[in-house]
Design a protein. Structure first.
Length: 169
């Protein structure tokens, strides 16, 4: 598969700066809000591409992220470029997108949903490899015993995202 050209943009939301990387297929990576433009861009890491400010898609994304972080229900209906993921990761990410707002699933539930009931650890790795938080709601996956499990952006962010969806953890 041929590598896609990646463009990036840093956008200002009510909650901080967010960096977005996208290709002609859709959003490839997204950061959670940061306190500065520079930190958001640094958090985007290897997905940084040439800047393309003023994209209509990003203006809509700012509005939707502001609503989401403010606690409103939002349907993130954006094209995503998941070509960097393995087939297994893409299956896991597809299941994550189906977890309803305000609900959590265990890693085991997700493993069953992808047809690999003994692969909870592999599911955890796929969840951790997600580069599009919120739009692929990996924060909704928790440990079987009710604990939060891990979160690539830190447990404080996981709690904050779950609270924005009306869950008290």
């Amino acid at each position: 598969m041929r590598a896609r050209a990646v463009e990036s943009e840093v956008i200002k939301t009510l909650y901080g700066w967010v960096a977005v990387a996208y290709t002609d297929r859709g959003i490839r990576a997204l950061t959670l809000p940061r306190e500065s433009r520079e930190r958001a861009l640094r958090a985007l890491g290897r997905h940084i591409g040439p800047s393309s400010p003023g994209r209509r898609r990003c203006r809509e994304l700012v509005r939707d992220l502001d609503r989401y972080f403010g606690g409103e229900p939002v349907v993130f209906d954006y094209s995503l470029d998941l070509t960097a993921g393995t087939p297994f990761q893409r299956r896991v990410w597809s299941v994550l997108r189906a977890i309803p707002r305000g609900k959590t699933w265990s890693y085991q539930n997700v493993a069953r949903a992808v047809g690999r009931p003994d692969a909870a650890r592999a599911v955890g790795q796929a969840v951790g490899a997600n580069t599009i938080p919120v739009l692929i709601p990996c924060h909704r996956v928790v440990a079987s015993g009710g604990g939060l499990g891990g979160y690539a952006w830190g447990l404080a962010w996981k709690r904050r995202l779950l609270r924005a969806e009306g869950l008290q953890i």
